[in-house]
Design a protein around this ligand. Structure first.
Ligand code: SAT
Ligand code: MN
Length: 581
């Protein structure tokens, strides 16, 4: 097969010339194709069948033990000018990067099949969607891309109509961490990834395209490509408000996106709808509001900690047709992970060895499930709407054991951009490296912004224009700890109490307590029926420590100064104003 689009045929031919595959397969996305690929992967051990009575259609993949997370130190943004990638990215000159990675691709598909995956990020008929083609030699990548994107014939038809697409070239290579690179060429709308089969490194539609390349496209075209979940909150009157929220990887975006309201809210008729759990593309609509789509079609969620209690919707979603990566298995071949809390026990760990907690956990801390969004009980019909959903509130949040209160509101858009730019979080297992170290992660985009953060902050500021009806901006911290090291806020479903307060703010129903860092809730305006908080929790979740914040603002100032003269003056002014308050 070939395409009607000559530039696509030519690229596939050029890649085949370089990589020397035994065969070329154009993916049509059909059930028959998927079944054949799966049979092939079960036969060669890439996939292991799980218990088909309890988990019909589900399989397990065990990755190479050195290939379990994104590798930020091997991820490059290759712009002609180093300054355009910014201090937030590793940079390499495009010519050097192409030469380096093409040498790795040279002959790398000998004995393998080259798969051509046309995909669409977002609903096929949405003007907000963008298409790409991934070439890979990994059938596991094909299977995941089929779940995570709209992949196959309809995407190819759109690409042929539009005549352009993002090019992504991927090979698992030898999975040697010393021969591994993830390279982005925003000006060429091109991605090249070699030597890893893991999610964010290999499913090129996700972080590589939908965030790093798309953020560059979004800047040129006047929209935003963000690391945000999108959810809808329907009140008892039937009105739905949509919220987009940015948290770093593995900070509970999937749980928040699939939240189950607490008992009292359920009784009153509140509902939470899931649009997306990881990525949000939004642009101003004709009425000046921001309209958002989820460019993805599935969830690539963190397994550990997912339980009937923490996330019943996720658990219900993954009962069938799910690919599990790097989880443990029970004696009767069901998937198992730490925190699944279902009364079962693991027999085999994620490396396929007999489980021994003294050696390693049963599931890798960054083990994942890949599942179609359509299997999620709370998946919203509006997720397929080509116009997207209007966003009422944007929420920034991180993992902060100390200092940062439960919630505060930015005074205006510029302050909101500063709140996003100043975000900090303690690192997680989603990327290789030390876990639990506080780092600045503006808008949760530190690993994902495809250009200089200084320009990115400027792009955010540029949305504040006459006629714009911008969302309110908030900051939350579900992870504040007490002196005993325990979380002070119950989190999970109870987070709806905080989201309800935000909606009441959007609707102008409640007031605030103004402080230098922003507007804090008046505690009585938050529905805390059924939550017991200690005195320490009240003080720390709803108060501010002035000396602590003074130090924080000095540190934010130092951080922003790293962006030098490119940093927008309005942001510097805002930081100064608060630092001196
Ligand atoms: O590995 S992914 O980048 O796809 C997931 C994440 O880190 O958020
Ligand atoms: Mn993510």
């Amino acid at each position: 097969m070939t395409s009607k689009l000559e530039s696509l045929n030519q690229w596939v031919a050029d890649v085949a010339q370089l990589t020397q595959p035994d065969a070329i397969h154009w993916c049509d996305g059909s059930d028959a194709e998927s079944a054949a690929l799966k049979a092939h992967m079960l036969a060669d051990g890439t996939l292991i069948e799980l218990n088909q009575h309890t988990h019909p259609g589900s399989t397990l993949h065990r990755s190479h033990p050195d290939d379990v997370a994104r590798v930020e130190h091997l991820t490059f943004v290759c712009t002609p000018e180093r300054e355009d990638a910014g201090p937030n990215n590793h940079w390499m000159a495009p010519s050097e990067a192409h030469a380096k990675i093409d040498a790795l691709f040279d002959g790398c598909m000998r004995g393998r099949t080259l798969y051509v995956i046309p995909y669409c990020m977002g609903p096929i008929d949405s003007p907000l969607s963008r298409c790409g083609v991934e070439i890979t030699d990994s059938p596991y990548v094909v299977a995941n891309m089929r779940i995570m994107t709209r992949m196959g014939a309809p995407a190819l038809a759109r690409i042929e109509r539009e005549g352009h697409f993002v090019k992504g070239l991927h090979s698992t290579g030898e999975l040697d961490p010393n021969r591994r690179f993830i390279m982005h060429f925003p000006q060429e709308l091109t991605i090249k990834s070699f030597g890893s089969g893991y999610g964010g490194n290999a499913l090129l539609g996700k972080k590589c395209h939908a965030l790093r390349i798309a953020s560059h496209q979004a800047r040129q075209e006047g929209w935003l490509a963000e690391h945000m979940l999108i959810l809808g909150i329907e009140n008892p009157q039937g009105d739905t408000h949509y919220i987009a929220a940015a948290f770093p990887s593995a900070c509970g975006k999937t749980n928040l996106a699939m939240l189950i309201p607490p008992e009292g809210y359920l009784k009153d008729g509140w509902k939470v709808w899931t649009i997306g759990d990881d990525i949000c593309w939004m642009r101003p609509g004709p009425d000046g509001r921001l309209y958002a789509i989820n460019p993805e079609a599935g969830f690539f969620g963190v397994a550990p900690g997912t339980s009937k209690k923490s996330n019943p919707n996720a658990l219900a979603s993954i009962q069938s047709n799910t690919i599990f990566t790097n989880v443990g298995v029970t004696a009767d071949n069901q998937p198992w992970w730490e925190g699944i809390d279902n009364g079962q026990a693991p027999m085999t760990d994620w490396q396929g060895q007999p489980y021994n907690p003294a050696v390693r956990p049963a599931a890798h801390p960054n083990s994942r499930f890949t599942v179609s969004a359509k299997q999620c009980p709370s998946y919203s019909d509006m997720a397929e709407d080509p116009h997207g959903v209007p966003i009422s509130a944007i929420v920034f949040g991180g993992r902060r054991a100390s200092l940062v209160p439960l919630v505060f509101e930015a005074r205006d858009w510029t302050h909101g951009v500063l709140v996003g730019a100043a975000m900090g979080s303690e690192t997680t297992a989603a990327a290789t490296g030390a876990v639990g170290v506080m780092r600045r992660d503006p808008m949760a985009m530190k690993p994902f912004c495809g250009y200089n953060f200084a320009d990115y902050f400027g792009h955010w500021l540029s949305f504040d224009q006459p006629g714009a009806q911008l969302p309110k901006v908030f900051h939350v911290n579900w992870f504040r700890k007490g002196d005993d090291g325990k979380f002070l806020w119950p989190g999970f479903g109870d987070n709806l109490r905080v989201l309800e307060w935000m909606i009441n703010r959007v609707d102008g129903k409640v007031g605030v307590q103004a402080t230098p860092i922003g507007n804090l809730p008046i505690e009585a305006d938050l529905n805390l029926d059924g939550v017991t908080l200690s005195d320490e929790a009240h003080a720390k979740l709803f108060g501010i420590d002035h000396a602590g914040w003074q130090a924080e603002f000095a540190s934010i100032g130092d951080y922003l100064a790293e962006y030098g003269p490119r940093l927008p003056q309005a942001l510097k002014d805002e930081q100064q104003r608060i630092a001196q308050a």
